[in-house]
Design a protein around this ligand. Sequence first.
Ligand code: NAP
Length: 396
Amino acid sequence: MKEKILNSLDTYHLIKRIIDSCTYSREVSQNSEYKNIVMDNQPDSKKDIKNMKAIMLTKLGGPDVLKVHDVPKPTIKNPNDVLVKIKFSGINFAEILARRGLYKWVPARKGFILGMEGAGIVEKVGTEVANFNVGDPVIVVRGFGCHAEYIVLEEKYVLPAIPNYTLEQNAAFTGSFMTAYLALVKFARVESGETILVQAAAGALGTATVKLAKALGLKVAGTASNTEKITMLNKMGINLAINYSKENFKESIMEWTDNKGVNVVLESVGGEVFRDSLQCLSAMGRLIFVGLSSIRFSKFNPLTWWSTYKLIPKISLLDMLGKSYGIQAFHAGRLLDNNYTEIRKSFDDLVNLVQQHEISPTISRIFQLNEIVEAHRMIESRNNIGKILLKIGRSS
Ligand SMILES: NC(=O)c1ccc[n+]([C@@H]2O[C@H](COP(=O)([O-])OP(=O)(O)OC[C@H]3O[C@@H](n4cnc5c(N)ncnc54)[C@H](OP(=O)(O)O)[C@@H]3O)[C@@H](O)[C@H]2O)c1
């Protein structure tokens, strides 16, 4: 009886935590960092206002809530600000979650510009900007603001464009490749010759992880839901492509590894996929958890509370002890905010690695800014292979 009460208290607290973390909480909306974002870099007076096109999230819901808005073009206000004319912007799964109100690394209120990454040309720099000049091709990374013709951001969120890449490739690079790099090198600390299972291997993060893992000398297995994705993974040189609609990935992995299991799993789906992935780990294996693509949560629909509860991975330290494996999780955006120097160094190391191995992002399709609804629909219907981009502005 005592155990039952404790269990239901646990469930109550977990669901409360989900609701708190999945909705725009009052506490965060009063956080000053977020409060002034849209206003921060606005022109001084009405006569200075020039408009630009941008995708703003003004209400939560399905893809149809997304529209192109005319908003004031931002201006430089601080000495270390950079004004960038964005040419292409990558769409991340996180923006699908943000649109549904399920993502926290965005401003804690509606009415902000979507877009976490992009590439473009520096148009103006503040007086203390040290590393960029007008005309430089650059990558921009931020929790928001990149699905727009212009962005003003602190120099630390601007990265030099990778020289051998097109602007499209630069725009498609950072979110997925930095996450893949951090997962493999900084968290899993992979060694050449080890085996890895990449879940959702044909997605933006998946293709980046497969390419980097191959470059690092790993033997790579990956899962995907259809034949087209499997064909593409085979073309990329993956060692084992598993169509999980037709075969049980756990059995395929055990057969592939002579029942030893893999050294590393990259997991971004949650629920049953997470549970089965754990069973694919060898002793001293490491599972790196980075996302919950399967989440379907609505605070107004109690049925989704239960399904969300079941989806969120539960971890047993006793299982970890008994089977001798490790589980780690991280969010690349928060690391960028809180551990900037280390992450910036990792970016440089990653760029060296991709240049040395001549790796570049897989781009699935490029949509025009006014096709944002179709672009989100394509990601939601799981038809993308690699990254989806938005082309911003009339010419590139
Ligand atoms: N922690 C971090 O820092 C970080 C950074 C980047 C991305 N992520 C996370 O990594 C995940 C993948 O991101 P991405 O940009 O690569 O997305 P993506 O390109 O849209 O790939 C997601 C893929 O996941 C697979 N999937 C399996 N079950 C799914 C379900 N129930 N609903 C939707 N998709 C499902 C689908 O491929 P199949 O149909 O082939 O199964 C889908 O195409 C997301 O959860 C994202 O939030 C985390």
